[in-house]
Design a protein around this ligand. Structure first.
Ligand code: AMP
Ligand code: GLY
Length: 422
């Protein structure tokens, strides 16, 4: 089979490495991929949001199956466009990807179907939004409606800060069209858990839970990033919580999407907060998380392509999806200055025995050398019987990878270890 994977980050590298385990897979094309992914797939310089280019390529190469991994092409209708030329796909159509593409949509969906989430109001006019802020107390959560590269959520510690965020979004167009509508919501507290799930629109199969580390610095200091490391499973996601989530969140969401005529097929990501009043939805993503995928897929025992095709065909209930009873840890190595400004083009050295554990996020190949080409450069995942052992192995490998100006967090998994001891 010839497979096309749209995207070019660590998540896509993890998906590609897993797909390659299936012996029927001949060639995997990554659009655009990156210099590291090029070791495992044929990278083609077609951007992930160039839907016309992707469709043209799929036609030309007789692609048998496509996986659309990032949010933007999903929201733009890349799956719809590929299906229209007869290419079966993994990923939701645009009318279902809206669950991530519009926070106003997802909040209204949750309210209509009684799915637990933070209380909220939505606004299309700045004056009403500012007036509303005078009636609530801090901290206040302000969210841009649309996709904003993971930066559209402001946790304001004061009312003034919240007003500034609203003004930035609604008057000054900080996030472009994404900020024309906003959500203002209640601040929730509790441990966060990421649960990715496979769903064909009827059955929903949660994957092993995970924990992201969003802040750039140790002890959760510094700016929010795309994620500096992950561990799986997440100790806060107990059997009891899992069962409650299935009953109050996962199944109701899948059914709600179907009832709305927006059947969701693909990977639905539930960003959850385990509050004192039970688990609540913080956000939905219409895709695999990054860097959650880099710890979840290494624990998957069932063949990934088989599951994906069952999702496409609507036969997920017939597949036994199994995860290893082990622990995984992924440490992200970034370039100094990320997430604000950073230099690119540093030569990377990665020992051969470490390569199988590496998921490259930002690199390019030049004259046979691998050079850094992004803020987040790569992730290193280890799987072991205990979380401590997985962390030890991951950090040991990180210590043997070199590029100038590299930085990483030293406390990935520390909170999970503590929670696990209780
Ligand atoms: P999101 O982009 O929706 O993932 O939000 C980014 C982060 O903001 C989440 O991972 C949470 O840590 C935090 N967050 C979002 N909404 C809330 C909320 N209602 N209460 C507290 N924290 C929140
Ligand atoms: N790691 C969070 C996300 O993929 O959105």
């Amino acid at each position: 089979m010839n497979i096309l994977v749209v995207g070019g980050g660590g998540r896509e590298h993890a998906i590609i490495k897993k797909l390659k385990e299936n012996p029927t897979v001949e060639t995997i094309f990554a659009l655009p991929g990156n210099g590291g992914i090029a070791r495992d797939a044929v990278c083609v310089p077609i951007g992930a949001t160039d839907v016309d280019g992707i469709v043209r390529f799929a036609k030309e190469k007789d692609i048998d199956y496509a996986v659309v991994a990032p949010d933007d092409p999903l929201v733009l209708g890349c799956v719809d466009a590929l299906e229209a030329i007869g290419v079966p796909c993994f990923g939701p159509r645009a009318n279902a990807a809206i669950i991530e593409g519009s926070k106003v949509f997802s909040k209204k969906l949750m309210k209509k179907y009684g799915i637990p989430t933070a209380a909220y109001e939505t606004f299309a006019e700045i004056d009403r939004a500012l007036a509303y802020l005078d009636t609530v107390s801090a901290p206040i959560v302000v969210k841009a409606d649309g996709l904003a590269l993971g930066k559209g959520v402001i946790i304001a510690q004061t009312r003034e800060e919240a007003k500034q965020a609203v003004t930035d979004m609604m008057r000054d167009g900080k996030f472009g069209k994404s900020g024309e509508h906003i959500v203002i919501e209640e601040f929730l507290t509790g441990p966060e858990v990421s649960v990715l799930s496979f769903t064909d629109g009827d059955a929903v199969v949660p994957m092993v839970s995970s924990m992201d580390h969003k802040r750039a610095g140790d002890n959760d200091t510094g700016l929010n990033t795309g994620g500096m490391g992950t561990v799986a499973p997440n100790p806060y996601y107990t059997e009891a919580v899992a069962q409650e989530c299935m009953e109050t969140i996962f199944l109701p969401t899948i059914r709600a999407m179907k009832a709305e005529g927006r059947t969701f097929k693909g990977c639905l990501y539930f960003g959850l907060m385990i509050t004192e009043k039970g688990p609540k939805v913080i956000e939905y993503n219409c895709r695999f998380g990054d860097p959650e995928t880099q710890v979840v897929l290494p624990l998957l025992k069932t063949d990934l392509l088989t599951i994906m095709q069952a999702v496409t065909n609507g036969t997920l209930k017939d597949v036994q999806v199994e995860f290893a009873n082990s622990h995984a840890a992924c440490v992200i190595m970034a370039s100094q200055g990320y997430p604000v400004s950073y230099k690119k083009g540093y030569e990377m050295t990665i020992p051969a025995d470490v390569w199988p554990h590496v998921y490259v996020a930002g690199a390019k190949e030049q004259e046979g050398k691998l050079l850094t080409n992004g803020g987040r450069v790569l992730g290193v995942t280890a799987v072991a019987q205990t979380l401590q052992e997985a962390l030890n192995q991951s950090y040991e490998m990180v210590g043997r990878i070199h590029f100038d100006n590299a930085f990483y967090r030293h406390d990935i998994g520390a909170r999970a270890l503590k929670a696990g001891e209780k």
